[in-house]
Ligand binder design. Structure first.
Ligand code: HAM
Length: 426
C-alpha cells in the first residue's frame, strides 16, 4: 500500500472536493460505512468466484472468532446498510454517495493499488431505466467537473438472470470447442465464471473469442427494452456511447446495464494501455444475494487514483503551488514567545501563514521565506516586542517598515489589496 504525499494529496483533495460538490448538487446524500465488514457481505454479495473475492480480499479473524474483511468496494456494504436501516421505508429512490479507501490484494502497478480511493454513487429502490441514465450522467459530470476532458463511455447489457442462463450455456458450448486455444487461467474460468472469459486480457483467448456468441442476441424482450431505453435517455442527454458486447464486469451482482468510462485514447495509445476511470451498473440481484427480495438499484464508482493520474497527464498545470501570504520570523527569547500568538492571530484574520519557530538566525528564516515564496515577512525582534511594533518586510522590494502591532492587520489588508490590483493589471 502506498503513501500519498502532500504534493499529490493536493490533487486528490481537488478532485474529491469537485466531485463531491457535483454529486451533492445532484441530490445524493453522503454515507460512510465501516472499512471492515463481515466477510460474507462480500463473499455473498460480490461473488465467491470473482477475482476480487478469490484473490484480492484482505480477511482477518478477530479474537472472538468473527471473520471480517477490509472492504474491496462500496456497493455491497451500502446494500447491507440500506437493508439494516430499513431505508426501504424512505421515499424511493434513495440516492447515496461515498468517498473513501477500498482494499484489494492486487499486484501493485500504475493505476492498480492495494489501497485505492473510490467515490461512488448508488440509486437504490428504482428499477426504471431512467435511473441507469441518471447514474451515468452523474458519473460523467463528476469526472468532467474534476477537470477531465475526452471521456469515452462503454455500455452493455448482461441481461437479467433468465437471459444470462441461456447465454452462458451458449458461451460455454462455444468455448468448450475452443478449449485448446484458451489461456490456462481462462480454461479455469470456463467452469468457475465463464462470462469473465470475455474480458480476458490474454491475446490467445481474445483470438479464440473472435466469433463468440454475443449476449445482446440472448436478451429477453424486457431486457432489450430496458437497454434501448437507457440508450435513448443517453441520446437525449447528448452523451456519446459505445455498445461493447464484451463488457461484463468483474463482480457477480450485476444484471442488465453495465458500463465503464475510459479516457479517450490519445495518438499512438491503445485502449488496453489504459484503465477504466469509473465503472458501474445495475445490481437488482445484490439484494437477493444479501437475503432480501430483489430491489432495483444502479450505481457506479470512480477510481480517484486513476482520475488524478489522468488529470496530471492531461493538465499538468491544473494545480499550481500556492505560496503562503506571510512568513513570520522571530529573533530572541521574548519574540519567540510572542510569535505563536501572532501566528494564531494572523491565521484567524484569514492569512495563509508559515513560520520556522525553532530557528534563531534571521538569515536562515529569510532564506526559508524566500524558498516558500511568501511575498511578506513579518519580523518580531526584542525591540519590537518592547515597543509593541512589528517589521513588515516586502521580499520583492527588500524594503522594511515598522508598524504598530494594533494596526498590523489593517496595514496587511491594505498591502494585500494593492498587490492583488497590481497582479490583475499584469
Ligand atoms: P470496480 O470496477 O471494481 O467497480 O471499481 C470501480 C473503479 O475503481 C474502477 O473503474 C477503477 O477506476 C477503480 N479501481 C478499481 N480497482 C482499483 C485498484 N486496484 N487501484 C486503483 N483503482 C481501482 C466497483 O467497485 C463497483 N462497486 C462499482 C459500482 C458501484 N457498481 C455499482 N455501483
Amino acid at each position: 500500500m502506498h503513501d500519498i504525499l502532500p504534493e499529490d494529496a493536493r490533487w486528490y483533495l481537488h478532485v474529491r472536493s469537485r466531485m463531491q460538490e457535483t454529486i451533492e448538487g445532484h441530490g445524493f446524500g453522503r454515507i460512510d460505512t465501516p472499512l471492515l465488514e463481515d466477510e460474507q457481505v462480500f463473499t455473498k454479495g460480490v461473488g465467491a468466484a470473482t477475482d476480487i473475492i478469490e484473490k484480492e480480499l484482505y480477511t482477518l479473524r478477530t479474537k472472538g472468532g468473527d471473520k471480517l474483511a477490509l472492504r474491496p468496494e462500496g456497493t455491497a456494504p451500502i446494500v447491507r446498510a440500506y437493508l439494516q436501516h430499513g431505508m426501504k421505508t424512505l421515499t424511493q429512490p434513495v440516492r447515496l454517495y461515498y468517498d473513501g479507501q477500498m482494499f484489494r490484494h492486487e499486484r501493485p502497478q500504475k493505476g492498480r493499488y492495494r489501497q485505492m480511493w473510490q467515490m461512488g454513487i448508488e440509486i437504490l429502490g428504482e428499477k426504471d431505466a431512467v435511473s441507469d441514465a441518471e447514474a451515468i450522467l452523474v458519473t460523467m459530470n463528476a469526472l468532467k467537473e474534476a477537470g477531465l476532458k475526452n471521456l469515452s463511455l462503454q455500455i452493455n447489457s448482461i441481461g437479467s438472470r433468465e437471459s444470462r442462463l441461456g447465454y452462458v450455456k451458449a458461451l460455454k458450448n462455444f468455448l468448450r470447442k475452443r478449449h485448446g486455444e484458451l489461456a490456462p487461467a481462462d480454461k479455469k474460468r470456463l467452469t468457475s465464471n465463464p462470462l469473465r472469459v470475455l474480458d480476458s486480457k490474454d491475446e490467445r483467448t481474445q483470438r479464440a473469442l473472435s466469433d463468440a456468441p454475443e449476449i445482446l442476441d440472448y436478451l429477453n424482450e424486457s431486457d432489450r427494452i430496458h437497454l434501448r431505453s437507457v440508450l435513448e435517455y443517453l441520446e437525449e442527454l447528448d452523451i456519446p456511447y459505445l455498445v461493447n458486447p464484451r463488457l461484463v464486469r468483474g463482480l457477480d451482482y450485476y444484471s442488465r446495464t453495465v458500463f465503464e468510462v475510459w479516457p479517450e485514447p490519445q495518438e499512438g495509445e491503445t485502449l488496453s494501455a489504459q484503465a477504466a476511470l469509473a465503472a458501474g451498473g445495475r445490481y437488482d440481484d445484490l439484494f437477493r444475494l444479501l437475503g432480501s427480495k430483489a430491489i432495483g438499484a444502479v450505481g457506479s464508482a470512480i477510481g480517484i487514483d486513476r482520475v488524478v493520474t489522468a488529470l496530471k497527464e492531461q493538465e499538468p498545470d491544473f494545480i499550481t503551488y500556492e505560496a503562503p501570504q506571510i512568513f513570520l520570523a522571530q529573533l530572541g527569547e521574548q519574540a519567540k514567545k510572542k510569535a505563536l500568538p501572532l501566528y494564531d492571530e494572523l491565521r484567524s484574520a484569514g492569512y495563509s501563514i508559515r513560520g520556522s519557530f525553532g530557528r534563531s538566525s534571521i538569515k536562515s528564516q529569510l532564506r526559508i521565506a524566500d524558498k516558500v515564496g511568501a511575498p511578506y515577512v513579518i519580523i518580531l525582534g526584542q525591540k519590537e516586542v518592547a515597543d509593541n511594533t512589528v517589521i513588515i518586510r516586502s521580499m520583492k522590494r527588500g524594503t522594511q517598515n515598522t508598524v504598530k502591532r494594533d494596526v498590523l492587520i489593517r496595514e496587511l489588508g491594505r498591502r494585500m489589496k494593492r498587490r492583488q490590483k497590481a497582479k490583475k493589471k499584469k
